[in-house]
Ligand binder design. Structure first.
Ligand code: SAH
Length: 240
């Protein structure tokens, strides 16, 4: 039996590639996105009273992880990428039905003549992610304080020392102050979640890495827990 679903919206996220996206929502509070509701679902009345909720569940499609063949076992980054667990004992994007589930902070419900947009933060979603459904988060039903969670008992993450090269500092100086502060907070939180794949963490001393956020690329090196941002540059020179 197969079912067909129609996305109700699309995510416009700060994460333009998978590298850098946290493993779960809530780990990078500074990570923001807009959920653009698409016709015919973009009717303001369909979102009446949603603004009363601080968080929402998002059902979405792992549109950049669709594979022909599903595998019964996966190797979660949490276990170093070399121990297998059942795919249904994981939150892996590579699953029989590439459907994701994230609870995110709802900062604003914007309804105007163009339609409906939801301002979100604490997301773990790639730019362009199709959204199938949203639901209000109900703490009395959804938060289970005494639950236990197997091989993923605690959030990942670590404290890091972060430095900026003079070029990166100069680049930030040329960005609007408010946006620059946001970018600094976002970068710190991304690096505290160590975006490197597990196989790159083991044993690698200093390696150069790069990722795309918004419309710019960040290059950095890692040495122990010291992250050195070596360069930040726009992907293409913005129109003057
Ligand atoms: N909280 C969700 C996602 C967990 S996996 C769930 O439990 O289902 C999170 C990872 O999915 C992110 O680190 C990112 O690398 C990946 N991801 C996010 N959006 C994606 C998309 N649209 N397509 C494929 N992978 C995506």
């Amino acid at each position: 039996m197969k079912y067909e679903f129609t996305p109700i919206g699309i995510i416009h996220s700060c994460f333009k590639e998978k590298f850098g996206i946290p493993r779960q929502p809530g780990l990078i509070p500074e990570a923001v996105a807009t959920l653009e509701i698409v016709p015919p679902f973009n009717r303001p009345e369909a979102f009446k009273a949603l603004e009363g909720y601080s968080h929402i569940w998002i059902n979405f499609v792992f549109h950049a992880a669709v594979r022909e063949q599903w595998k019964p076992m996966v190797r979660p980054p949490r276990l170093g990428g070399n121990q297998r667990v059942g795919v249904f004992a994981s939150r892996s994007p590579f699953r029989p039905n590439p459907i994701g589930l994230s609870v995110v902070r709802l900062n604003e419900v914007k309804c105007n003549d163009k339609g409906v947009e939801l301002r979100l933060s604490g997301i773990d979603l790639l730019d362009g992610t199709p959204v199938l459904d949203i639901k209000p988060y109900l703490p009395y039903a959804d938060a289970i304080p005494d639950a236990h969670s197997g091989y993923a008992p605690d959030p990942p993450g670590q404290s890091i020392a972060l430095s900026y090269s003079s070029q990166a500092e100069a680049w930030l100086e040329n960005v609007a102050a408010k946006q620059a502060d946001h970018i600094r907070r976002l970068l710190r939180q991304v690096f505290e979640n160590d975006p490197r794949p597990a196989y790159l963490k083991a044993g690698c001393a200093e390696r150069k890495f790069g990722m795309t956020l918004y419309d710019f690329n960040v290059s950095w090196t890692v040495e122990n827990n010291q992250v050195n941002i070596t360069e930040i540059k726009y992907l293409s020179v913005p129109e003057d």
